[in-house]
Write a new protein. Structure first.
Length: 301
């Protein structure tokens, strides 16, 4: 069975059986396409002919950041585990290959005043500005991933506005569902968008789209376009700090913990499977305490 055939079967498996998001499957596909090309260059057409030597050489050939290399290793290891489980190969030659150690990077949260300037940046007299304001307010109010907000349908948002106590339903990684409070600022921005902006944007499409956030063609707003909105708002607000698609999510978590929120509650709001993932935000707040102490305490300088 060719490498390409096994890769295709594996990707179909993770889509159907493991419920992985489209973004995760796309990342696996890119990683494995690179691995397949590497094997082809060495004349290896079947996974049964791969040894730990080739896998180690592949890892060494990757000239990327540790996190990217680690993801490639996981992709390759999972592919070989699948092939062994399915009887395509007698063993898993990748079983003993370990990903590189990833240095811990603290998430970068923006100061509260910087977030406020970003949220106020869109022109709310304009249909696109109203949409952008709704997007930004939703991201900061809920701590949602950009993809989770872009995947929302309009009926879900209307339901949250009609019944504020019920909260907003988000569908996270692996199809895991969670409910998050909306908050008054996000609710107002969302209501304004639904009344004054979305109907106009919806007219641009030849057929109705159920998406909450629409682009200027009346279609669902993409993750890439949403990221452009965040970047544009940050520039308009004069933000000099580095801003990423996760900046508002990081800020949401850090500001909650700074305000005394329980770590387990923040974990649930972020949709983290493990509290260990959420705990990294406590390191951010501790680091900030150290900075304030060093700057303000007379015996710390």
């Amino acid at each position: 069975m060719s490498v390409a055939d096994v890769v295709a079967d594996y990707l179909a498996h993770v889509r159907a059986e493991r419920g992985l998001s489209a973004n995760t499957v796309a990342a696996y596909r890119r990683d494995l396409a690179r691995y397949e090309a590497f094997l082809a260059e060495r004349g290896i057409a079947e996974l049964a002919d791969v040894s730990p030597v080739e896998i180690t050489e592949f890892v060494r050939s990757l000239r990327q950041a540790a996190a990217s290399v680690a993801r490639h290793v996981v992709s390759v290891r999972n592919l070989h585990a699948f092939a062994a489980d399915e009887g395509v190969t007698p063993t898993n030659p990748a079983a003993e290959v370990s990903p590189p150690k990833i240095p811990q990077r603290l998430p970068k949260a923006l100061p509260i005043d910087a977030v406020a300037r970003i949220l106020e940046a869109p022109d709310r007299a304009d249909v696109v500005g109203l949409r952008d304001a709704a997007l930004l307010e939703l991201l900061y109010a809920t701590g949602a991933r950009v993809s989770e907000v872009c995947d929302l349908d309009v009926d879900e948002a209307r339901g949250a506005l009609d019944n504020p106590d019920a909260g907003l339903r988000l569908l996270g990684k692996g199809g895991k569902e969670r409910i998050v409070p909306l908050g008054s600022y996000a609710a107002r921005a969302l209501d304004d968008y639904l009344i004054r902006s979305r109907p106009t944007l919806a007219l641009k499409a030849s057929r109705a789209d159920h998406a909450l956030l629409l682009n200027q063609q009346g279609r669902r707003l993409s993750r890439q376009s949403a990221w452009a909105v965040i970047r544009h708002a940050a520039a308009a607000a004069g933000i000099t700090e580095e801003v990423s698609p996760h900046s508002l999510r990081h800020s949401f978590a850090t500001h909650l913990l700074d305000g005394g929120a329980d770590l387990r509650v923040v974990q649930e709001l972020l949709g983290h499977a493990s509290v260990a993932t959420t705990q990294i935000y406590t390191l951010v707040t501790i680091e900030r305490l150290r900075e304030v102490h060093a700057a303000a305490h007379p015996r710390a300088r």
